[in-house]
Every structure is written in structure tokens, then in C-alpha cells.
Design a protein around this ligand. Sequence first.
Ligand code: AMP
Ligand code: ZN
Length: 487
Amino acid sequence: MRWLTRILKRKTDGEPSTPHVFLTNSLSGTKELFLPLRPGIVLLYTCGPTVYSRQHIGNLRSAVFSDTLARVFISAGYRVRRVINITDVGHLVGDGDTGEDKIEASAKREGRTASAIAEHYTRLFLDDLAELNIDTEDIFFPRASEYIREQVSLARTLEEKGFAYRTRDGLYFDTSRFPGYGKLGGLKDAELKAGARVELNPEKRHPADFVLWKRTPRGVHRLQEWDSPWGRGAPGWNIECSAMARALLGTEIDIHTGGEDLAPTHHNNEIAQSEAASGRPFARYWMHNAFLNMGGEKISKSIGNVVFLSDITAKGYSPLSLRYFFLQAHYRTPLSFSFEALAGASGALERLWNLSRELAEESGRRSERSEAQRRFLAAVRNDIATPQALGILWDTLKSEEFTPEEKWGLLEEAEKHFGLALLAPPPSGALTGTKIPDEVKDMLARRETARISKDFEAADRIRSAIEHRGYRVDDGPKGPVLTRTSL
Ligand code: AMP
Ligand code: ZN
């Protein structure tokens, strides 16, 4: 009977002892109850940036979405193991199997080494995440170039199992050998053919086949290349995610996220590689965020309609106003960015911060549970319905039916999920360091030096120069405080 006890135990182990969370799974196209592979743990993989240029705010929507998802699980009592990959090799300019490596092209353009380019843009990306209140210490950021051995090993397994074939320019995945190729989004053969790029490689057996290892052409020297059983070269773009997910999270993972553009090709390729190699399902839940658009088109480097987080902070907005802006829309709904819309989000966030300051006094920061908190949790656990949750937060804070303690309790809950500095808003009207242009920061530092050395004439001169830039300086107990006087 021991086997029965074991099976029953396993069954109860699989049941969530944590609250129910429902997610829309792109695999089934329906909303499903989340059941973890291991109780109390979520293994979460997010496709990250190709670090050949600065990430725009569309890319950041994808990062804020996966962060919100992680927060929902953490608040529900899970431990979340998170990976966001950094693509620093293998992503070709055409997004397919041909063309130059994006990092190399960038390195040549900027006259720097590939690793200097990758490091520079990785740093900017991590800084952006930190400004958006994403705890980067809690996430693994594996670089593709540091997992070459794992990628080669995976590609070799695929070849040994008969899922790959060699051509003169490398090793390709044979999609016809993988039953159910294209299952994400239910792509049919015709769509796969239409979706695949018109390739220049006549040796490919099927248009949807994709490169696992790209051999460097004779006489060419790539900035980043390695030896492999298929010759000197570099991995294809898709294999890194399968290899790094396996190395850091395991053969089977709970949730895989990314922007919706990745689902048809990159994610179907990841599924094919991982599942063909292991014979097991790869990710149980696939989740995709919709695009951030501007002027009716998705924000995209190739279209040229990009906005960076630094553009937002340079205009004096808190980076958290962008986070608030994202949370106003459901992650599966396309969202249109404009500075007018951002100003609206920023104003709303300032009002929330004001309410929080008042409530901190009224409640003495004591919190009580309420019906509103229950509804808030139900909303975020229902496919991360942040617009509804924000609505509940606003209604409750404005309502007279709740005590200050209940309102503070809801604010604490909201902060866990939203990460908007709701419990400790930045000083009213004062700017946080991140929003101040470098030039003004410099002036402020020079004024401090003048003040300390009692050169008050110079200090006053610099103060009026700062005022000319639209900022007021007040000397507070903890040093100077800058306030914006104009936008
Ligand atoms: P990339 O650096 O282009 O590989 O993109 C990194 C992540 O950002 C991927 O998950 C993309 O799907 C996502 N992404 C790119 N553009 C947008 C956009 N305009 N809106 C939302 N997500 C995007
Ligand atoms: Zn990926």
C-alpha cells in the first residue's frame, strides 16, 4: 500500500496550498488555474533584451509585466525563481538565420568590442529596471555568450536524436521531425511557411527550419565565435533560451513570458528544441504581453518610433509614472503611449502619493484587513487584472466606508503588487536623483562645494543658474532639495 500513499501524497503535493491564481495560457488560449510543478515554487523565465542598443519603453513593458507576475506569486506565498536572459550573441540583424550578428554590427558601428557593447547596454537595461523598482538582485540575468557549452550540448543532443541536420553553413532544426511544431498559437503548416522568412539557404528542408549553430563562412572572422562539432561559429538565436532555461531552472519550468511578437517563431522554436531534447513538456504556462504602441504602430527600433526611459525622466517624470501607466492596462491589451497619457498617469500617481501621506498620519501606519483587500487580491490573481485592482484601490481610498487602517492595509497590499513607492512616496514636489538632468546635478554639486567653502556669492550665482533651468533649490536638514518649477 506504500505506493498508494505515495501517489496520494504526490497528488496533494500538486494541489496548491497557496491561494488560487488564474492565468491565460497562450498554449491553450484559455484562462487556467495555475498549478506549480513543485509546491510553493514558481520557475519563471522571461525572454530578455538583445543588448546591441538601448531598450525602449516597449521592451520595458515586457519587463514590468513579468515583474508584476512575480509579485503576484510572491504575495500569494510562492518563492519565485526568475531568469531574464541577456542576448549578447546569435541574434542576427534579420531576426532569422541570415545577416550579421546584431551585437557585431553595433560594435563595428560604434568602434568598440562586442563585449564592451553588450556590457554597456546590459548595464543601461539593468539601471532602467532598477529605476522601475524591479529588484534586479532577485533575478538571474544569464548572458548567452557565457552558456556556449550548454547550447552546444543541447544542439548535439538534438542532432543525436535525429532532430537536426547539417548544411554547409551549420546545423538546423528539422521542424518536420517534431510533431506539433507550431502548437503555440496553433499555427498551421501554411502559416508556418508564410511566417518563416524567405531564406537564402536552399539547403533548408522546410521554410520553418531554423539554425541551431551558424558556422562562420571561410575567410570571415566573427568577433564572437567558438569551436563546435559543426565548425567554428556561433549559436543560433533560439537555442540560448532553451539551454539557459534548462541550466538555471530545469528541464521543465512553470511559466515562460515574453512579448507577443515572440510567440509564433521564437517561442515555438524554444518549445521544439527543449521538448525534442528532453521528451518532456517544457513550459506549462506561456504568457505574452501585448505591444506598447505609439502613433498607431508598435514601438520598435526598426520603425524608429522609440522612446527611452531616460526621455521620460528628462522631462521630469518619475520612472514610476511609467510603471503606473503600464498597470492601467491589462497586460494582454495593446497600450498606446503618448506624453499626454503619461502626464495623466503621473498626475494620478502623485494623487495616490498625496493620499498615502495623509493616510500614514491618520492611520499611524496601522493596517487592518478589509473586504476591499479581498477583492483586490481576487483581481490580481485573476490573470493579473491590474486595471481592476487599481480601480478597487482608488474606490476604497476615496470611500468613506473604510477606516484609515483598512485603507492603509489595502495600500500595503497594493504596494506589494504594484511597486509604486506607495508606502514611502518621494518628498512632495521634490525630485528624486534619477530625474534630475546631469547638468543640473553638476551645478548642484558645485553650489554645495561653494556653500561649504563659504563662497556665498558663487553659491547664489549657481542657484540662479539652476533656477533658470526650471528648478528651485532649498537647503533642507539632509542637504539641498530640488523642486521642479516648470516642465
Ligand atoms: P528584443 O530586445 O527586441 O528581443 O525585445 C525584448 C522583449 O521586449 C521581448 O519580450 C519583446 O517581445 C518585447 N517587446 C519588444 N517591443 C515591444 C513593444 N513595442 N511592446 C511590448 N513589448 C515589446
Ligand atoms: Zn527567448
